[in-house]
Design a protein around this ligand. Structure first.
Ligand code: F0G
Length: 358
């Protein structure tokens, strides 16, 4: 094999350029996002009675799927001569915007609900040197304010998924799934918060079909957390609450896209409880070795719920693990404690092993 000829993780713009809005080469802002692994999950396949694959988006540069859309949004902001990027966020969009803005040499302001974003995400924003504004309000209020700020000034680009460039970038996840499996799966299961991602995946699968690579498309199964499930209830939630802080959203901006995805694909938007989400997160970690954040486990939680009710999808199923588990250490530490230290002796350590069993 020739050394240096194979390009790994060249970023979604260079890999899928003809599917994306125009971006001049000089404006391309990438840190190697995309090309995330699609990992077969044998133990969980058995539990759900289908062949399950996990699209591990935690392997992106800032450890969530947001990087796919952020590379496109930030590159287009550079091309347009923007000096500021602004976004509202439950944490991951903020971490991604902060990293890509740093790379682009653009100033970045992130507006977040005070005390409601996971520790790892806040740390990422600080590390990249973005300005973090905590508001005494939830994500929905943060998004309204961020939109106002972007409307007010010419040189500010809003990098939330209401910016269509974000949706364009995120749809590349669907292309990768089709490429790796050789065909679209029978069903996709994913968490729904602001509803940009399910909208993006459905756009990707629809374009793949329109391009003539296939004549099928997956059923889109979107899952909201019960305490933040406006698309299931049919009305906005004034005070959404869930342990899955990433999807703690009461008024999803892309609601129409999510509902269309479910309707057109023969899928559904349903809800899962916090207990179901945490149980699914634990199964992924303990049976498949995959550590995702709570929101990311909503897809599997939903599949398990459907199976329990005799409505499992069967066939080939892909669940998107949207963000890495390291983003939210507190959710694990609130359930499992680090044990007290023991003496540095063989007996003390072996004694611990005895107590734990094989
Ligand atoms: N999973 C994770 C880990 C997320 O961070 C988000 C959204 C979702 C799922 C839901 O995706 O909003 O496109 O339906 N996080 C946004 C943020 C809202 O600000 O980071 P969605």
């Amino acid at each position: 094999m020739d050394v240096g000829t194979r390009v790994f993780r060249q970023g979604v713009i260079r890999r899928f350029r003809e599917w994306l809005p125009p971006i001049p080469e000089g404006a391309v802002t990438t840190i190697g996002e995309g090309d995330t692994p699609l990992i077969e999950a044998p133990a969980l396949s058995e539990r759900i009675g289908a062949r399950l694959f996990l699209k591990f988006e935690g392997m992106n540069p800032t450890a969530s799927f947001k990087d796919r859309g952020m590379t496109v949004a930030m590159s287009r902001a550079v091309a347009a001569g923007s000096r500021f990027a602004v976004c509202a966020s439950t944490g991951n969009t903020a971490a991604s915007a902060a990293a890509y803005a740093a790379r682009a040499g653009i100033r970045c302001f992130v507006v977040v609900p005070a005390g409601k974003i996971a520790l790892g995400k806040a740390v990422q924003v600080l590390a990249h040197g973005a300005e973090i504004v905590q508001i005494e309000g939830n994500f929905d209020a943060a998004l309204r304010i961020s939109q106002e700020i972007a409307n007010d000034r010419e040189d500010v680009t809003l990098v939330n998924s209401v910016n269509p460039d974000r949706i364009e970038g995120q749809k590349t996840g669907a292309f990768e799934v089709c490429e790796v499996l050789g065909a679209p799966p029978d069903a996709m299961a994913l968490p729904v918060g602001n509803a940009g991602n399910i909208t993006s995946y459905w756009k990707g699968f629809s374009e793949w079909r329109e391009a003539g690579y296939t004549d099928t498309a997956p059923r889109m199964l979107g899952f909201q957390a019960e305490g933040a499930s406006p698309l299931v209830a049919g009305h906005d939630f004034e005070s959404p609450e869930t342990v899955a802080s990433a999807i703690r959203i009461g008024a999803p901006a892309s609601r129409e896209g999510a509902l269309a995805a479910a309707r057109e694909s023969g899928g559904a938007i349903e809800s899962v409880t916090d207990d179901e989400i945490l149980a699914a997160q634990e199964l992924l970690a303990r049976e498949e070795g995959l550590f995702c954040e709570p929101a990311s486990a909503a897809g599997l939680a939903g599949l398990l719920k459907l199976v329990g009710e005799g409505r499992g999808p069967g066939g080939t199923v892909v669940s998107v693990l949207t963000g890495h588990g390291l983003k939210d250490p507190d959710v694990i530490l609130s359930r499992v404690e680090l044990p007290e230290p023991v003496g540095a002796t063989f007996e003390a350590v072996a004694g611990r092993m005895e107590r734990r069993g094989p």
